[in-house]
Design a protein around this ligand. Structure first.
Ligand SMILES: Cc1ncc(COP(=O)(O)O)c(C=O)c1O
Length: 395
């Protein structure tokens, strides 16, 4: 039977696939060290769980407005004002089933067939597929370690065509952990305003930021760029709530209306109980953020130092999120444990097979010379996993 060409062209998420494989091996009793996780290894704070339990017990278990409950939208507006200096009204907020869903809604709302969306590479695995799902075309702009994995307004300019519709900014970035400065964002904003381009600003790692760096939302640069920006954020990473599935966007009321209409047919509304939990997360005690940041800094510092001490491997220091991009280019073309390493997939395979270490090949992020390690796992696991990698490479 003839299936959807578009559907068939969509690849599965490589990060979720690695994580699932590692979890399965663990369940089978193998001593797997997983560096694949895209989720904090902390538990959702108690006050958030209690808000969800109260929602269930209070009967808050029915359909809600498609784009989310007013209380939560108001709390999100307060968050934007307080954290980002941005004024939004509830009519500009759409609450969805995770930031992933918010991003899918965004591309569906702004793209027409053949529109081009500029994506800096390395990129988060889902962006190209989400763009394709909206019948648009991903256009990659490569970045390097030397440029801090950042693209410049100059590079974006060179990639523009009459079909360019939007630029994705993901700061702090998954997978590189890099952060754009106010000055860098201002240049990109000027370019986007001059050419009438949307900015899709994925700020999901906003609070996981280290070394005195500050998060700047590109929408806060000036009013013009704010009109053209769709901010995507959510509670998954900041509050260790990946399973609850709540994300949100802030945009012009017109875009919010389109997304809300689409969502009303696709999913009705985000889960009512999770919305109450997200409300408690955003408006309640923020203690978990400092706890996670302190742990992530300690783990990152160890990981970066250790990787750079292993012959054949290196990495630059990420300043946000919870990932390290490990450079394996020195190993490409050589043999590890009797296997020729042609790229990041081979390297990830050998590690999983020979020493039960799971990490994500860079091929899925558009950079085959690197692999991604998450440090959202205990220092003990990180130490053990890197020692296994070191011992294998020594052989
Ligand atoms: C860059 C980026 N954006 C969005 C998301 C989606 O987060 P959520 O769990 O809210 O769907 C992720 C999750 O891995 C991510 O890394």
């Amino acid at each position: 039977m003839n299936l959807s060409k578009k559907g068939l062209s969509i690849s599965p998420s490589s990060t979720l696939a690695i994580d699932a494989k590692a979890k399965k091996m663990k369940a089978e009793g193998l001593d797997v060290i997983g560096f694949g996780a895209g989720e904090p290894d902390f538990d959702t704070p108690e006050h958030i769980k209690k808000a969800a339990i109260a929602a269930i017990e209070g009967g808050f278990t029915k359909y809600t407005p498609a784009s989310g409950i007013l209380d939560l939208k108001k709390a999100i507006c307060d968050k934007f004002k307080q954290d980002n200096g941005l004024d939004y009204t509830p009519a500009q907020i759409v609450v969805s089933n995770g930031a992933k869903h918010s991003l899918v809604n965004t591309f569906q709302a702004i793209c027409n067939p053949g529109d081009e969306v500029i994506i800096p590479a390395p990129y988060w695995v889902s962006y190209p597929e989400m763009v394709k799902m909206a019948d648009a075309v991903p256009v990659f702009v490569p970045t390097t370690e030397e440029s801090g994995f950042k693209f410049t307004a100059e590079q974006i300019k060179a990639a523009l065509t009459p079909k360019t519709k939007a630029i994705i900014i993901n700061s702090p970035s998954n997978p590189t952990g890099m952060i754009y400065s106010q000055a860098e964002l201002a240049e990109i904003a000027d370019l986007a305003v001059a050419h009438g381009l949307f900015i899709v600003s994925d700020e999901i790692y906003e609070k996981l930021i280290y070394d005195g760096y500050k998060h700047v939302s590109i929408a806060s640069i000036n009013d013009k760029i704010k009109q053209q920006t769709i901010i995507v954020n959510g509670v998954s990473k900041t509050y260790a709530m990946t399973g609850w599935r709540i994300g949100y966007t802030a945009s012009s009321p017109e875009i919010a209306k389109i997304m809300s209409n689409m969502q009303s047919h696709a999913t009705s509304n985000p889960n009512s109980i999770a919305q109450k939990a997200a409300l408690a997360a955003i408006s309640g005690d923020q203690g978990i953020v400092a706890t996670m940041v302190a742990a992530f800094i300690e783990r990152r510092n160890y990981m970066v130092k250790k990787i750079n001490s292993i012959p054949g491997l290196s990495c630059v220091t990420p300043n946000g999120a919870f990932y390290v991009m490990m450079n394996i280019s020195q190993l490409i073309g050589s043999e590890v444990a009797g296997r020729k390493i042609n790229g990041s997939d081979d390297f990830a395979d050998v590690l999983l097979e020979k020493v039960q270490v799971a990490l994500v090949p860079g091929s899925g992020f558009g950079i085959d010379s690197h692999v991604r390690l998450s440090y959202a796992t205990s220092l003990e696991n990180i130490t053990k996993g890197l020692e296994r990698i070191e011992a294998l490479l020594k052989k």
